[in-house]
Structure formats: structure tokens, C-alpha cells
Design a protein around this ligand. Sequence first.
Ligand code: C5P
Length: 310
Amino acid sequence: MTVGDGAVRVCAPAKINVILRVLDRRPDGYHNLWSVMQTVALEDELRLRVRAGQAGVMLQCDDPTLPTDHRNLVSRAATLALERAGLNVGLEIELMKRIPHGAGLGGGSSDAAATIQGMNRLLGLGWTVARMAELGQQVGSDVPFFFFAPSALVTGRGEIVKPLRLKGARWVVLVNPGFPIDTRWAYERLSATRSGARSLSSALRAVETWEAVTWEELLPLVENDFEAAVFPEHGVLHTIKTRLLSQGAEAALLSGSGSTVFGVFRDETAARQAHAGLDRFERCRAYVVRTCTEALSCEDPSASAPLPVG
Ligand code: C5P
């Protein structure tokens, strides 16, 4: 195994759940999920390099509200990956945050996946996608998906990921209300507000057998089980959803367990108009982004430097 001494840059995209069904509670306390996930072009950025002298992980982040110790999923993923690789090297990681946290956009999970992918490249680990996803699962339920991005069907606790090509692209307006929602709280609310077993419709069962699907086929099926649990507590999220639909969104939905609500638009102009129409939601941060069509990838920053002109 060779340990390189250069640096790698990895972009970590946000995700939306185009469909999110929460099924039964499992004996391990987690819930079985059924979700179609898609990455969107709102990205954090990570730079990783080997640090001479001192072993272990050193994380720096441009968002002072985020911890940089073991509570950060990047530190956890990096420490676990070094352990698993049996390497006693120093690793320096810079994290540039763009994705809001506690937002249902999988920012921390995407950062963790990007960390593992970046280390695989930087340290020449030669790990397969399956191996990286298995490691990622130990960091968080949403992490494995990002190795199969840009779109996939995710089941189990989040660890069973089947690539599902979502043909075509859409513009997405992400509306974050300016407050986070704790995932664990959302699951507890969900359990408290419903009774009986959940089953999947035959339309969703059919999706399981497909390798590719169009947005037109998927849009009539969009739903998120967390809306019934979260909207009664946070009425503004329902108001944002209604607003996006009235502005011409093909669909509007809570992402993950919230707090972000997104609207799907066929064309950019309509998406930008809807974005402009959100002015009256004062504390909100809204973004107009494209759905991703590429997988997660790493770059050697020196290789991507612009060429001198003239
Ligand atoms: O795996 P992760 O740390 O992201 O999960 C956060 C919390 O969300 C878990 O502690 C659990 O309460 C809940 N969860 C769940 N079922 C899942 C994923 C998460 O109940 N499939």
C-alpha cells in the first residue's frame, strides 16, 4: 500500500428524499425505511492531506457552530477508516460547510461519505464501494447512499442501497426554515402519532424492480411519512409546502425528517420565480439547485488548477 503525500478535494452534495416511507420499528430500535434519494448541487467541500509528524485526525471547519471532535461525522468516519486500514498516520481535513445542518439534507452523512472516499484515494486504500458503504453505515444510516449517488432506492435501516437511475434532471428549490429538527425526535413523534403496521403500495413495489425511472413516473408517487408527524408541530413547513405548490412546483415535500422543504420544478425560470416569491418567510434560507447527474468524485487540487491564460 502506498501512502501519498498530496491532497485531495472532495465535494459532498446534499440529498433530498423524493419518497420516504418509514415502515416497522426493528428490534435494534431503528426503523425500516423505503426511500428514493437523489443528490442535488448544494455542496460542502472537503480537503484532505497527510500530516507529517503527528498521527490521528485533525479537523478544521469554517462553521464555528459545528464541533470538530468525535461528535462531527467527518472525524468519526476518518478515525474509523484509519483504524480499519490499520494505518497510524496523521490526517488533516478542512471542511467548508454550505449545507445547513439538522435540515434533512444529509449534510453530515455526505461529509462522512466524502471523507471515506477521499481517504480511499489519498491513502491508496483500494476499497470497493461496498466496503466504503459498509464502513459508512457505522457512522450514520444515511451515509451508504452517497456512495451510490446521484440516485438510489434505499431500504433496511439505510444500508441496503440499490442504484436506481432517475432519468432527466429537475430544478429544486430548497427552503430551510432557519431552525433544525432532531432526527431522533422526529422518529419518536412518528411512533407516537401513528398506530398499526405500514405497508407499501403496489406502485412502490413495482419501483423496486426497475433499474431506471423518469421524473414523470416518480412524481405522482412522492410522499414523506414524516410530514404527518412534523407539520403539526411546525406549521410553517406546511405553509412553505403549500406556497411552493401554488408557485407551480410539480411536487413539494419535506426532506428526510426535516426541517427543509423542497419544491421540484421542470424549468429554471419557474424555480427562480418561486424562490423570489419566498421573501415573506423571513428566517428562511432558500436555494435554487439542479439535481445531480454525477457520482461522488475526488480531485487532486493541483490537477484542477486553472491553466494560465496567454
Ligand atoms: O443512524 P443515525 O445516527 O443517522 O440515526 C439517528 C437516529 O434516527 C437514530 O438514533 C434513530 O433514533 C433514528 N433512526 C431510525 N431508523 C433509521 C434511521 C434513523 O429510527 N432507519
